[in-house]
Design a protein around this ligand. Structure first.
Ligand code: 5CU
Length: 377
């Protein structure tokens, strides 16, 4: 394990060359289309601005990832395929792609540089499962095995759809069991947001789907996992939520109360809902010190619901900070003007520095030590 103080980015994406080639071959979203002046444009979300958005080597070139890391002082990145992963493929295509992309990502990491004077690499990865309707559970288990055997893949990224019925689908239990047994971390990431009609008819670009739709999708998917008892059946499952877990930290006590008052669900779970929230890992991609501090306080308190019901808020943000990990969301959120450092990165780093109630060690943890420990880097 690496002992140096490291800045580790756990939320950083790539479209590997093989994936980008596939997107170029498609006639429907998600796709990459040629644009004027030899450029290309990316269309992945519903209602992309006409013509999509600029896409280039920052999405697939390892050298560009390393340059971005160097510019921002990032020592290690745990890289993941960006949304929408393999969701739009047939089971056969998804299986083939998952296997090939996992091998590509292992090579991307293993043949990349190491930290100077260390055996720790600068690049690690989250693999992919072919999570599409009607794929066989055996096929999913094959890819879990593949990822577990790849020395530089530390977990897997997944969206919220599962096999089409969401992540609370009991058909996924053997997959959770295999992931838990292999000690892999699941990085849960949104793509679909919420019903677009909720956002009205005014043109607001991507602000509402990204700022609210994405985090609410994560909130709902994780809440459904909690309600289904997945964390009782698989208590050692390690789940890292994107964008600081959406609204879940702010809603966890309301969720617990709603469960307490619902005869159907109240008897189903072994613990207060907050206990499960306290077991989650969250990226520190929320851009504000108050939000990060609040989230760590909720996590600290939530963890105590296993055995006791705290009568008052335990103002111990330190404990919760150990479950939070720095991220950038690169190459998304590029600055609108040309600047040396990206605002989206600088803001998260400054926020970590400014959280009230975090010690220097807590901040060091969020910047990198928590990731070193979670991923055994
Ligand atoms: O800007 C976006 O669309 C995105 C996206 O699709 N995925 C992501 O992780 N961040 C931003």
């Amino acid at each position: 394990m690496c002992a140096a103080r490291l800045l580790v980015d756990v939320h950083t994406h790539v479209y590997l060359p093989r994936y980008a080639t596939m997107l170029r071959s498609r006639a429907a979203v998600p796709r990459i289309i040629p644009w004027t002046g030899g450029e290309e444009r990316l269309l992945i979300l519903d209602h992309e601005p006409s013509g999509g958005r600029p896409v280039g080597s920052q999405y697939w070139d390892r050298e560009e990832k390393l340059k971005f890391m160097d510019r921002h002082g990032i020592d290690v990145s745990v890289v993941s395929t960006a949304n929408p992963w393999l969701d739009f493929l047939s089971p056969t295509q998804a299986q083939e792609m998952a296997t090939e992309l996992n091998a590509d990502l292992e090579e991307y990491c293993s043949t990349g540089p190491a930290i100077p004077d260390s055996t720790t690499k600068r690049l690690y990865g989250f693999g992919l499962l072919p999570l599409v309707p009607t794929v066989s559970v055996d096929a999913l288990l094959e890819n879990v095995k593949q990822i577990a055997a790849a020395p530089h893949l530390k977990g897997l990224i997944m969206g919220t759809r599962g096999l089409g019925k969401g992540l609370d689908d009991e058909a996924l239990d053997p997959v959770w069991a295999a992931i838990e047994a292999a000690g892999l971390v699941i990085f849960l990431h949104p793509h679909y947001g919420v019903e677009n009609s909720a956002f009205g008819e005014k043109e607001n670009g991507h602000v509402l789907p990204l700022a609210l739709g994405f985090p609410f999708e994560t909130t709902i998917a994780t809440t459904r996992l909690i309600l289904s008892g997945v964390f009782d059946r698989f208590p050692d499952l390690r789940l890292l939520l994107a964008h600081s877990g959406g609204a879940l930290p702010a809603l966890s006590s309301r969720l617990a109360s709603c469960i307490d008052h619902d005869p159907l669900v109240a008897a189903r779970l072994k613990h207060d809902a907050r206990y499960y929230v306290g077991k989650l890992y969250l990226d520190a991609v929320s851009y504000g010190p108050e939000e990060m501090g609040f989230t760590s306080e909720v996590l600290s308190r939530a963890a105590r619901y296993k055995d006791i019901t705290p009568s008052k808020m335990i103002a111990n943000r330190s404990e919760g900070s150990k479950r939070m990990l720095f991220g950038t969301d690169h190459p998304f959120f590029p600055p609108l003007n040309s600047v040396e450092k990206w605002k989206s990165v600088v803001e998260n780093l400054e926020a970590i520095e400014d959280v009230q109630g975090w010690s220097d060690a807590d901040k060091e943890g969020v910047r990198g030590a928590n990731a070193v420990s979670l991923f055994s880097l």
